[in-house]
Design a protein around this ligand. Structure first.
Ligand code: ATP
Length: 371
């Protein structure tokens, strides 16, 4: 369990944030300046709240009332930032050993080989950081943080400087860390797709306050609460089982009660349940089943809600047959022309190539639900 309840006043910014999350991956999500990095600094002990408490897995790191403030080097918080910050004159192995030197004497048991294996960096041990790709560098910095035997791993935009291919390379390692190491992770990101994929709990921040917290399907798809939040892209999470692999087309076919979903990529195996994040701007609606159309994913459902968005746009939420909701961002003109109203049966159309592969999570059996 991660409990944060902190107030910190700066000249032009007040952080007044409280959240409680079960172990797993907690994503701090919000626009620039909403206080994400400030919470990272408070967790790491780089800054102190004026008032508040931070408890991780039963260990109190800060409690201003009880005058507890565990110093940085005793917090056992592993930090991974956007730019790996490896020591350039040391080899990968020496950088990893450097991380290990921070592990307390009684906790030097994090096995080097297991970390190297987990992150797939065995072949890089002799290399210098300058000769690594951005993705490799980030894997080494995650390894270095793990070897210090942290009790909490805090990752502040760890993939922000990487291209889509490098992100896809690292995300599975973070998932393994979350699922196999049982290490609480606080993950900061602007990228809603990463958050949708990794988080068990999403804490949405706006102007220093927590405006929503909960599982990703409740928090990410929720409508924006106020003007400060309006910049969030609307996104839906849909879960379904892989029923066919079509490697010759580099796609996988999923079966959802509302219809087939065609996913890009060859990383998915028959029998797995995956959760796909779909941006509202990539969803179109049809009032009857279309024929002769290239769009492969056509999901049957009923309009649940129609909400005016900014400018010409309207968010139409469709309740899909068999569960899940999907949001389509349409023009007011289209809504008027097609007479789209609550209760009307429609087909939600999603172009496969518009689905961001970084936003597709393979769910563990206990997360997959009955379908
Ligand atoms: P980003 O996504 O851009 O990194 P963030 O959500 O992480 O943003 P913070 O870095 O936590 O936001 O910053 C929150 C606010 O605190 C901002 O208004 C910022 O200008 C201010 N701030 C950050 N660091 C300091 C500091 N050392 N002194 C004074 N104000 C600061």
């Amino acid at each position: 369990m991660i409990e944060v309840s902190c107030r910190l006043v700066r000249p032009r910014f007040v952080l007044d944030a409280s959240f409680t999350a079960p172990n797993g991956c907690v994503a701090l999500f919000g626009p620039s300046g909403s206080g994400k990095s400030t919470i990272v600094r408070l967790l790491a002990g780089l800054e102190r709240p004026d008032r508040g408490r931070i408890v991780v897995d039963g260990r109190t790191l800060v409690d201003t009332e009880a005058r507890i403030d565990v110093p940085v080097h005793k917090r056992r918080v592993g930090l991974v930032f956007q730019d790996g910050q490896l020591l350039p004159h040391l080899s990968v192995r020496q950088n990893l050993d450097y991380g290990r030197s921070f592990a307390p004497r009684d906790a030097r048991g994090v096995p080097f080989d297991a970390v190297v294996d987990l992150l797939g960096i065995g072949h890089l041990l002799k290399a210098r950081p300058a000769t690594l790709s951005g993705g490799e560098r980030q894997r080494v910095s995650i390894g270095r943080a793990l070897l210090a035997a942290p009790r909490l791993l805090v990752m502040d935009e760890p993939l922000a400087s990487l291209d889509a291919a490098r992100k896809l390379e690292i995300l599975p390692f973070i998932e393994r860390l979350r699922d196999e190491w049982d290490l609480p992770i606080v993950y900061v990101s602007h990228a809603v797709e990463e958050v949708a994929r990794l988080a068990n709990t999403v804490v949405r921040l706006s102007e220093g306050r927590v405006v929503a917290e909960g599982p990703p399907n409740e928090v990410i798809g929720a409508p924006a609460g106020d003007a400060g939040e309006a910049a969030f892209p609307a996104l839906s999470l849909v879960s379904a089982k892989v029923v066919h692999e079509r490697p010759e087309f580099s796609v996988a076919i999923l079966e959802h009660p509302a219809g087939e979903i065609v996913l890009p990529g060859s990383a998915f195996r028959v029998g797995e349940t995956v959760r796909v994040a779909i941006a509202a701007t990539n969803v179109a609606l049809a009032v009857e089943e279309p024929h002769g159309l290239s769009v492969r994913t056509r999901l049957r459902g009923r309009i649940w809600r129609v909400e005016a968005g900014p400018g010409p746009s309207v968010h139409v939420t469709v309740e899909l047959s068999g569960g899940d909701r999907i949001v389509a961002s349409l023009t007011r003109l289209a809504v008027a022309d097609l007479d789209l109203k609550e209760g009307r049966e429609v087909f939600a159309l999603v172009k496969t190539v518009a689905i961001d592969e970084t936003a597709v999570a393979t769910l563990r059996r206990d997360q997959a639900g009955p379908r």
